[in-house]
Design a protein around this ligand. Structure first.
Ligand code: FAQ
Length: 311
């Protein structure tokens, strides 16, 4: 019987149709999805911190309102993603506990500091830009709830990216100091943004199986290349330099050649030793502990409501 179910699953994948929560699926498929979706959700939630630090210091009410809305969108993305993980049988409280105990990962990119307001613009331009490159193909991911969550997330991230570009183009039309601040931020974020796509294909243990299951649609290196090709003309239009002496157009390939990120840095950041790992997780843990009374009150209220409904 299980063999028949497995055949049905393989057939659904081969016909490029969606697997839904009610459908039978191999344990490995479920585990891989819970891992990726949980890491993705954690990234959105931890990702509120680097930019969130600028909400009280944004230089105008307009910039403050925009930043508030962006950070709030990220909270929303985290919540859709935790809901998608719940459809696979994961428990949200358990996922949060795993994050704050350091047993589950989140994106390396959010372990870098944001010392200037230009970082806010560069995160939106490069980090949201990389997120869009990575996530647009996930709208066709084989698991229905994940793919559908990605549609709205990508739309909102397109707004984020454009506002970042607009912020940076305003600063680039400003003073020499503002231009230098933008360039400095680009220099710091460029390589970490390339690392967001994950290790190189030869070193990516999950890619082959995730591609076969059509969870992932492209390899890490394919998406990294796509991001470079998309970003180079945008950098030129802004008037900033990307800090890679090997970056050049390759006429034959019809793509850009670029240098190799420092993979030992990615490894260090993923394993907890990035510039802000301790601070980010400590802050998430403190927020979780500070919110305990809200969860208790909400559960007590729900229990009272349920008891009333039974009366
Ligand atoms: N950071 O075999 P692979 C955002 C881990 S966007 C940390 O290649 P896979 C929006 C990987 O999980 C950021 N860990 O793995 C936003 C695996 O770990 P495990 C989030 C990384 O899954 C913008 C191991 O290394 N986006 O939040 C990283 O096939 C602005 C081996 O790697 C997503 O999560 C990394 N960079 O490919 C928010 C997108 N790279 O558990 C706020 C969905 C790899 O086996 C502000 N995820 N690892 O020990 C994916 O597309 C994939 O999971 C990849 C990794 C491409 C990230």
């Amino acid at each position: 019987f299980e063999l028949r179910l497995h055949e049905q699953f393989d057939d659904t994948i081969a016909r490029d149709q969606r697997i839904e929560p009610r459908d039978w699926m191999p344990d490995g498929y479920r585990r891989t999805l819970i891992r990726q979706i949980a890491q993705h959700a954690h990234s959105e939630i931890i990702g509120m911190q680097p930019e969130g630090e600028w909400i009280t210091r944004a230089p105008s009410l307009r910039r403050k309102a925009i930043l508030f809305a962006k950070v709030q969108d990220e909270a929303g993305h985290g919540l859709y993603l935790y809901s998608a993980a719940e459809t696979l049988g994961a428990d949200r409280a358990d996922l949060t506990q795993r994050l704050i105990d350091g047993r589950q990962k989140y994106s390396s990119i959010f372990n870098y500091p944001t010392p200037t307001f230009a970082d806010v613009g560069v995160i939106a331009w490069l980090v949201d830009g990389a997120a869009i490159c990575n996530q647009v193909p996930l709208c066709r991911s084989s698991f229905g709830p994940y793919a559908r969550a990605m549609v709205r997330v990508c739309k909102e991230e397109s707004f984020h990216q454009r506002q970042g570009y607009e912020l940076l183009s305003t600063m680039m039309r400003g003073t020499d100091h503002q231009r230098a601040t933008v360039q400095d931020a680009v220099d710091r974020w460029w390589w970490p943004s390339l690392m967001m796509f994950g290790p190189p294909d030869g070193d990516s243990p999950n890619s082959e199986q995730s591609m076969a299951w059509r969870i992932k649609r492209h390899t890490n290196d394919e998406l990294r290349q796509r991001f470079v090709d998309m970003t180079v003309p945008q950098a030129a239009a802004l008037g900033v330099t990307l800090p890679d002496p090997e970056l050049r157009w390759n006429e034959e390939r019809g793509r850009h050649d670029f240098g190799t990120p420092d993979w030992s840095e990615l490894h260090r950041v993923i394993t907890g030793d990035g510039p802000c790992n301790t601070e980010r997780v400590a802050r998430r843990r403190a927020a979780h502990e500070d919110g305990a009374w809200v969860r208790e009150a909400a559960s007590a209220h729900a229990a009272t409501q349920a008891a009333r409904a039974r009366e």
